[in-house]
Design a protein. Structure first.
Length: 274
């Protein structure tokens, strides 16, 4: 169960906002997982919140400085906004797979409204600038949740996954029906058993990759939880007759574009959600 994410297309439109001397980018994705987390009772979140993501390509020799700055400056602000009820979730993360020209670090936060989003952006703009070179690449993304399920939790050291799917034109509803029938029961089980602390289906609110992309974002609190999640998925699949699994896969192939599938995995540096 790897995570998927929108391709980095150079011609994609960028949504930018200046925050002191560093802007914050919208990511797809997404979202972050962490170990050492404390999980409380499950709640029914507000519907269709906005997810703002900022990503930076930080030089390797600046990683420790960048992460220390984010922990010292961004984390207290986000924790305060969670206590005030402005945020539904937030997180900082570091991608596990380093690629030339790709972002290495990111920040995400979720708010129920555009007013809340602007409030948090304004507060972020008052912080000291992040220690990144002026020429460092930075991208912002804005998403809106189509489905969001979470447990109140906070922690560090878990895993963030983003699964990106490109749906065939005119088949978005078909894909959603397929997902609700064949994948949602799995994720409800993972959530109930503490194998994930949150899962979401989101689409871009401000499009730069087209309207037929959908992103599944989920957070696992530890390596052990991730191992159990994959084992549970395999066990659930094995319970079905081979013919049923074949029909499920064929139904998926009939509504997606296989080359549009991408996965993303990151380590959470810090996070909180409710």
């Amino acid at each position: 169960m790897a995570m998927m994410r929108t391709p980095d297309v150079k011609k994609d439109a960028r949504v930018r906002r200046s925050m002191r001397e560093s802007s914050f980018t919208l990511l797809a994705t997404f979202v972050v997982l962490f170990s050492g987390s404390r999980v409380c009772g499950q709640i029914e979140p507000q519907q269709r919140p906005l997810r703002y993501v900022s990503e930076w390509e930080v030089p390797r020799d600046r990683w420790n400085e960048f992460e220390s700055s984010a922990d010292h400056n961004i984390r207290p602000l986000m924790e305060m906004q969670m206590k005030k009820g402005t945020l539904l979730s937030w997180g900082t993360y570091r991608g596990m797979l380093v690629q030339d020209g790709a972002a290495t670090h990111g920040l995400w936060f979720e708010t129920p409204s555009i007013e809340g989003l602007e409030k948090v952006l304004d507060e972020l703009s008052r912080l000291p600038p992040l220690p990144v070179p002026p020429a460092a690449k930075h991208h912002d993304f804005l998403y809106r949740a189509q489905l969001r399920r979470a447990k109140s939790s906070q922690g560090t050291g878990g895993y963030l996954f983003v699964n990106t799917t490109q749906i065939q034109p005119g088949k978005r509803q078909n894909w959603r029906e397929w997902w609700d029938k064949n994948q949602k029961p799995n994720f409800e089980q993972y959530l109930a058993e503490g194998l994930v602390t949150e899962y979401e289906l989101v689409r871009e609110e401000i499009h730069h990759a087209g309207p037929n992309w959908v992103y599944l974002i989920y957070v696992t609190p530890s390596a052990e939880a991730l191992y159990k999640l994959n084992a549970t998925f395999a066990a659930n699949t094995a319970k079905r007759p081979p013919e049923e699994n074949r029909l499920i896969n064929e139904a998926l192939d009939a509504v997606v574009i296989p080359s549009g599938h991408q996965d993303y995995i990151a380590r959470a540096l810090a996070y909180s959600q409710r």
